[in-house]
Ligand binder design. Structure first.
Ligand code: ADP
Ligand code: MG
Length: 250
């Protein structure tokens, strides 16, 4: 579903992602862990070309996302093609980024109407179905400031799902939440995983990673130093840097 080939990303002179090659199969849950500054957010943002990169190729379900390799050369794709491809990718951030002056329902129905040409009725029906999925049907007509952090994040997930993406990316979705609200968001994510969504998740919730991940990927200094099943990574990591990192967070 996601294919990353020879991805290199620089911020000025700083080589932030180094020759990343990665394939993520449909329906799999990948959790990315690693020290702060190792490039986790940048990698996630490159997947939908929110962050441009200079070298390599990323495809989602076969469609290039930002750049494609032509005879070994990485070439940027046209904006129209990028915008089309981006519709297949939902992203959820640490900060929920809901539109404050729109109701919960409007937050969810806007993009499907403007980008997918859904009718208002269709978009609303879909939004209500998604609100039910995240347990917030009764909040459809309130403004975001009436919601707790956990509820806002569940709305943000519903909003991303409203575009009917093939892939969902999560960048520390629970890091801004009070501890008692972390569980409700992780629960929604587990449900999504169970339904077969392809997910890439940056998180510090190691329990969640153990329970929900098909694969855990350890990023260190822009390099994937280890990639394996959670049982292996958490119980018997091979790389000394993984051991060091886990000793600090577990
Ligand atoms: P992580 O999410 O693992 O904490 P990031 O992907 O945010 O790491 O950052 C990786 C590296 O890139 C860090 O050294 C960070 O300082 C640098 N970086 C991130 N964003 C920018 C930016 N917009 N401009 C310059 N450097 C950046
Ligand atoms: Mg980050």
């Amino acid at each position: 579903m996601i294919h990353i080939t020879c991805l290199n990303k620089f911020f000025g002179q700083h080589h932030v992602l180094k020759n990343i090659d990665l394939t993520i199969e449909q329906g799999k849950v990948f959790v990315i862990i690693g020290p702060s500054g190792s490039g986790k957010s940048t990698l996630l943002r490159c997947i939908n070309y929110l962050e441009t990169y200079s070298d390599g190729e990323i495809t989602i379900d076969g469609k290039p996302m930002g750049r494609k390799l032509i005879k070994g050369q990485s070439v940027e794709i046209p904006a129209s093609e990028l915008n089309q491809a981006r519709q297949d990718v939902g992203m959820v951030f640490q900060s929920f980024n809901l539109f404050p002056h729109k109701t919960v329902l409007q937050n969810i129905t806007m993009a499907p109407q403007s980008l997918k040409g859904m009718s208002a009725a269709e978009a609303e029906a879909l939004a209500m179905q998604l609100l039910k999925k995240v347990g917030l049907e009764e909040k459809a007509h309130v403004l975001p400031y009436n919601l707790s952090g956990g509820q806002k994040q569940r709305v943000a997930i519903a909003r991303a799902l409203a575009m009917q993406p093939k892939v969902m990316l999560f960048d520390e979705p629970t890091s801004a939440l009070d501890p008692e609200m972390v569980g409700e968001v992780l629960q929604v994510m587990k449900q999504l995983a169970k339904e077969g969504m392809t997910m890439v998740i940056v998180t510090h919730e190691m329990r969640f990673a153990k329970d929900a991940a098909d694969q855990v990927l350890v990023l260190d200094n822009g390099i994937i130093i280890e990639r394996d099943k959670p049982d292996k990574i958490f119980v018997n990591p091979t790389h000394p840097r993984t051991k060091e990192f886990l000793s600090k967070v577990l």
